[in-house]
Design a protein around this ligand. Structure first.
Ligand SMILES: NC(=O)c1ccc[n+]([C@@H]2O[C@H](COP(=O)([O-])OP(=O)(O)OC[C@H]3O[C@@H](n4cnc5c(N)ncnc54)[C@H](OP(=O)(O)O)[C@@H]3O)[C@@H](O)[C@H]2O)c1
Length: 269
């Protein structure tokens, strides 16, 4: 499916991959609805100010009332919606030494439950289109458990499996269900990480790659290839060897909270 002159919804559009996706989709003459809590900030952003084809709709994927408002907005402004990109996500560590149930559940709500809500909202309309795309950002972290990654890995793995099931149920239909599993891409999320991220890609390159792969007909997009290979090798390790190695690495997993996050944690508890 060509991603030009379409009407597309980007969820999680304020920063990082979602923001860049909006930018590149607008360059390709699409109409884009940008949904996220701070989506209004794009109106002040020099890259977007005065851009035709951009509709900003602030809202929170955790709030059913915001999703319902988005539904009314789409019915009014974009009844011809051709595609959805679910990029909303948060990356927060979990510490067995200092658990925070509220933070763990909130991460699952944004990364997984929000995606399910958005799919529920938009799938009936997408099914009426002659061609449509439904894409979700998961992560390489969905492949195996990662140290201090309980909520993040589990929510991404849940989304991968959910998309996989949808792909089965919609097989042969006009909707393409696409899983996008990045490795490290330079965004505000990866800037939280206080550990080495070898082979990190610039965000422009990541999004260009994703759009090219979708147009080339790929349904599962894992990049960079060397990160995908590395994860495959890890998945072949005997479980006990992998658990031992990952356990040894756990104190290296240092993630700084984003300044605007309502949850905070010490970088080294
Ligand atoms: N960057 C990487 O290396 C990497 C690697 C693997 C996977 N990913 C995945 O790629 C996706 C994009 O990540 P990114 O790196 O671009 O991160 P980012 O720059 O932190 O962007 C996250 C986006 O999610 C939105 N968001 C967060 N909470 C939300 C909520 N409650 N409701 C609505 N929107 C919300 C944010 O907007 P507001 O704060 O304005 O709501 C922001 O636009 C995420 O799903 C992430 O897990 C990224």
């Amino acid at each position: 499916m060509k991603l030009t002159q379409r009407t597309l919804l980007v969820v999680g559009a304020t920063s990082g991959l979602g923001r860049e996706l909006v930018r590149q989709l607008l360059q390709r003459e699409n109409r884009v609805i940008a949904f996220s809590r701070r989506a209004g900030a794009l109106a002040e952003d020099p890259d977007f100010r005065g851009k035709g084809g951009l509709l900003l709709h602030p809202g929170d994927v955790r709030r059913p009332e915001d999703i319902a408002r988005l539904g009314e907005f789409l019915q009014r402004e974009a009844p011809d919606l051709d595609g959805v990109f679910y990029c909303a996500g948060v990356s927060r560590p979990d510490f067995v030494e200092a658990p925070d149930l509220a933070r763990t559940l909130d991460t699952i709500r944004v990364n997984f439950e929000g995606a399910v809500r958005l799919i529920d909202l938009t799938l009936p309309g997408l099914r009426r289109r002659p061609e449509a795309v439904l894409a979700g950002f998961t992560s390489m972290a969905a492949v195996r458990g990662m140290p201090r990654g309980g909520a993040y890995c589990a929510s991404k793995a849940a989304l991968e499996r959910y998309l996989d099931c949808l792909r089965i149920d919609l097989y042969g239909s006009a909707i393409r269900v696409i899983t996008i599993a990045p490795g490290y891409v330079a965004t505000p999320m990866s800037a939280q990480n206080r550990f080495p991220m070898p082979g990190i890609w610039p965000v422009e390159r990541g999004v260009r790659h994703v759009l090219a792969c979708i147009e080339a007909g790929h349904d599962i997009i894992r990049f960079p290839w060397y990160h995908a290979w590395g994860m495959t090798l890890l998945s072949w390790l005997p479980d006990r060897v992998y658990w031992w190695l990952a356990h040894r690495y756990r104190t290296q997993v240092r993630i700084q909270p984003q300044a605007h996050d309502e949850f905070q944690w010490p970088v080294e508890p």
